[in-house]
Structures are given as C-alpha cells and as structure tokens.
Design a protein around this ligand. Structure first.
Ligand code: MLT
Length: 205
C-alpha cells in the first residue's frame, strides 16, 4: 500500500513506543540521519523522509530564495504536506503519534520548527539542531504540551545566536517547554550536541 501523501522514506521498527521523525539537512537524504537516530535512542522506531525540493540537485524540505531567506508559501505548503504524511505513516506503520519526537538538522530543523508552529496536534516534541526562525505564524499556536530541545553553535556562520534565541522565545510564547544549549561550534553537529540531546530525550515520557 502506498502512503498518501507520499514521501520517499525509510521506516525502521523499534522495540519501544517512541518514534523519531528524522529530518535531514540540505543535500541529505532519508538514509543519512539513521545512525544519528540510533545513537539518540537505540530502541525507538525511526521514520526518515526525504525532502521533495531539489536545489541544484540537493534535496531539501522547502524552497528558499537565498541562504536563510525562505519561500514562505512553499514552506507552509510543505510543512502541512509533511504533517499529513506523518499522520498517514502513524496509521500505516501503527506507531503512536503522541510518542513522536522530531529530530531535525539545519533545513530539517527548520521544517520541524514550522510543523511545531503550524501543526502542533501532529508534532509537539522536537530536537532542533542548528535551527532558525522559519516563519512567524499568523495565529498563536497552543504549544502548552510541546517540549523542544534546541542546540545552537556559538560560531555558526549561517545562524546567529540571536536568531536561535528569537525561535526559543517564539515557541515559549505559545507555552512550549524549551531547553536551549549553545555549543562552542559552527553549523556542524558535534558529539556534545548529540550527547546532550540524548540525555534530554530520556526526560520525555
Ligand atoms: C535552510 O535553508 O533551511 C537554512 O538556510 C539552513 C540550510 O539548509 O542551509
């Protein structure tokens, strides 16, 4: 049976009730974040879709006009499409939506943040590595059950810390419980990011 809406994806069954929604960065694909998912939680199921947009042949989750300048209409459309895919995948593979935690890096973190802001009924928990403010929603979302971990790099040439702070405040203003860590790093993920996020994950029910 085909999943509607359809994304090229990998699903790896787990031995616990948690599912990690793995969202790759620009130029990645559905296979790249599988080892990261396993490192973060060896017993969770993993759902890893491939972004449908191509930028010079590199998969992404939504269109951008320049680095850090997003096509907002496309972003909203793609975030809703991905939320619908996650909902269909939960039925298809039989995983619990309330145990879903997104793990996104860079472009993947930005689409995860958009889903939190636009579709919190589908996604309310997330680990965001190197995320920025994707958009300001027209309506204030109810994020009272949302839990979000954000990992920023103090020397990130793409995302200044001030931008990540605005994202944390935007999520908090909707009621989200946000944990933010700043690492002495650039845009690349570090082992300290992964270790700290892994510890935070153990605090989720
Ligand atoms: C984005 O486009 O989502 C951000 O600029 C991060 C990136 O993918 O380079």
């Amino acid at each position: 049976m085909r999943l509607q809406p359809d994304f090229i994806h990998q699903f790896v069954p787990g031995s616990s009730s948690r599912t990690l929604l793995l969202l790759h960065g620009t130029g990645g694909n559905e296979r790249d974040p599988i080892p990261l998912g396993r490192e973060l939680d060896p017993s969770a199921a993993l759902l890893s879709p491939r972004g449908k947009v191509l930028e010079n042949g590199m998969p992404r989750f939504f269109l951008r006009l320049a680095e850090g300048v997003f096509d907002l209409e496309d972003l909203k459309h793609r975030a809703n499409e991905l939320a619908d895919f996650v909902s269909a995948a939960a039925q298809h593979y039989g995983f619990a939506r309330d145990k879903l935690v997104a793990v996104g890096y860079s472009n993947g973190a930005n689409i995860a943040a958009t889903m939190l802001l636009l579709r919190p009924e589908i996604l309310s928990k997330a680990i965001l590595f190197r995320a920025m403010v994707p958009l300001f929603p027209e309506r204030q979302p109810n994020l009272s059950s949302a839990r979000v971990w954000i990992g920023a790099g103090t020397n990130d040439p793409i995302i200044p810390m001030s931008e990540t702070n605005v994202l944390a405040e935007l999520l908090r203003s909707g009621g989200a419980d946000v944990t933010m860590h700043a690492f002495p790093a650039g845009h690349q993920l570090t082992s300290a990011d992964v270790e700290t996020a892994r510890e935070w994950l153990t605090t989720l029910s």
